[in-house]
Design a protein around this ligand. Structure first.
Ligand SMILES: C[S@@+](CC[C@H](N)C(=O)[O-])C[C@H]1O[C@@H](n2cnc3c(N)ncnc32)[C@H](O)[C@@H]1O
Length: 484
């Protein structure tokens, strides 16, 4: 007998409601009533050096995109395109979508950053996102269904979707995916195996996640990858079992549907170079394997639950184009900094008009100085003060709140996570041409307070604009009109 109100009785209703919601969005897009996104910034990572590129905001050519907000709305905007910004509709254009959504784990996930306190460094822990759902698993599946359907709309005819989950929800999500993508388009369940963590005494330790791979249709991109032969096979050779015509290949054995080993190892060490102190961060090695196997150079890759931006970071290194999105401002900030640090190609930072950063601080600049020589202007911009309301109401332990208050009084600039300069702000798109980011160790714990930029000379005045984002995600701007 099926229990009334059990999850299995809710699944048909979840599917019907989810489909209805997605169809409504698709109809809105088709009637050109879809939502649009503003371009908040055109980011040209500089980080090391001071000669600023002159590039204008590109129109009509591809530019990678980091999106902030709820991915349901963001995907609607991607499907719709935007004549105002010249960004084309992306229906059927994405070659690979990898998502690592929340897992219905009923946990809260944290991010940590080290701050230079008045009496030595201290760690600020903030909640990056929650994974608890009203109505439990049913609520979680309700959230996911329309999103998985919109992803199908965005996929190209040869496109693949890879959904990263674990034991909490994978088996229920598989049922939704069969409904949306068709059981015949389910290609593999890949087990990603890892070590570390505790070992319970009365069950097996849970040491793998599941990657569900679906394709949009009956043809798809698959680049076979290889692993070294096992010691046994190397010693025995293949011929003993299969006959003389079989020889060991120099590239190794074809990769199986379970992945372990050092190329895809989980980030375990707190001091690992890759560790961005975000609870659910995945290793770049894993994403490189996924992207290499399921796309080709120049393809468009998307991750709509991007967290620290592992997918875009790997895609960039492998010569793919990318789109990433996240609704947590802390995740967005980490992904943004990560792209700057790896000196990625220029990208757009975008959000919905009604979904901008909270703004609470006030930024003050010292007087900017412009010196001209041989067709170039050398501009010096210096942060003056950063004023945050004296009483910061943050859900933090008392001790940390006190340390933050001391820092706000003694050294408020120490709370700036990153800042950037647009030497010629047009009042519309912030053109980020110089950036400084806080690091996680030693000397690096503060941003540079001064920017020196070498830019092509202009006749007359220029409007210099500075944007700063603090460790809580609050954004503030300041500008100055200068002439040489
Ligand atoms: C498991 S984490 C992703 C970790 C990521 N793979 C990495 O390597 O860092 C899931 C992310 O999904 C984001 N998220 C949850 N719901 C979302 C939504 N509706 N729209 C956009 N992002 C969402 C969370 O903020 C979180 O950063």
């Amino acid at each position: 007998m099926i229990m009334q109100n059990s999850l299995i009785t809710k699944l048909p209703q979840i599917a019907v409601a989810g489909r209805k919601e997605a169809v409504k969005i698709i109809e809105r897009v088709e009637c050109s009533q879809g939502v649009s996104l503003q371009i908040d910034e055109y980011v040209q990572p500089l980080m090391f050096g001071n000669i600023v590129e002159n590039g204008a905001v590109p129109v009509g050519e591809w530019c990678n995109r980091l999106l902030y907000g709820d991915n349901l709305v963001l995907m609607e905007a991607l499907l719709a395109g935007d004549p105002a910004t010249g960004l084309l509709p992306l229906k059927g254009k994405i070659d690979l979508i990898y998502i690592d959504p929340p897992y219905a784990s009923r946990s809260n996930y944290l991010t940590r950053c080290t701050l230079p306190g008045c009496k030595g460094t201290f760690v600020l822990e903030q909640q990056a996102f929650t994974d608890t759902w009203e109505e439990g698993m049913a609520g979680y599946l309700r959230m996911l269904y329309p999103r998985l359907l919109l992803m199908r709309e965005l996929l190209s005819e040869k496109g693949s979707l890879i959904v990263h989950l674990d034991w909490h929800a994978a088996h229920y999500v598989k049922v939704l995916l069969d409904d949306i993508y068709g059981r015949e388009n389910f290609r593999n369940e890949i087990a990603w195996c890892y070590g570390g963590g505790g070992a319970p005494k009365n069950t097996y330790p849970k040491k793998h996640d599941l990657l569900l791979w679906y394709t949009k249709g009956s043809t798809w991109t698959f680049n076979r990858q290889f692993r070294p032969y096992t010691q046994g096979t190397l010693e025995r050779g293949l011929t003993a079992v299969k006959g003389d015509q079989y020889k060991l290949r120099k590239e190794g054995a074809g990769l199986d549907d379970w992945w372990a080993g050092k190329d895809v190892q989980k980030i375990l060490s707190p001091t690992a170079y890759e560790n961005l102190k975000f609870n659910t961060q995945k290793p770049e090695g894993l994403l490189k394997r996924i992207i290499s196997g399921h796309s080709n150079k120049g393809d468009l890759i998307a991750d709509f639950f991007c967290g620290t931006g592992t997918t875009g970071a790997a895609a960039e290194k492998l010569g793919r184009r990318w789109i990433m999105a996240d609704s947590s401002k802390l995740a967005f900030m980490i992904a943004y900094k990560r792209l700057l640090a790896q000196q990625s190609k220029p990208f757009f930072s975008q959000s919905r008009h009604d979904c901008t950063y909270p703004s609470c601080g006030r930024l003050e600049l010292k007087k900017s100085v412009v010196r001209s020589s041989a067709g170039m202007d050398e501009i010096t911009v210096e942060l003056g003060d950063y004023i945050i309301p004296a009483q910061v109401h943050l859900p933090l332990p008392v001790k940390v709140r006190e340390q933050i208050q001391e820092l706000i009084t003694a050294d408020p600039l120490a709370l700036i996570e990153y800042w950037m300069v647009d030497p010629d702000y047009d009042g519309k798109v912030f053109h980020s041409k110089w950036q400084s980011c806080r690091g996680q160790r030693g000397e690096d714990l503060r941003v540079d307070s001064r920017a020196i930029l070498l830019v092509p000379k202009v006749v007359g005045t220029r409007k210099i604009c500075v944007k700063a984002v603090d460790v809580f995600g609050c954004e503030s701007m300041a500008s100055q009109i200068v002439s040489n």
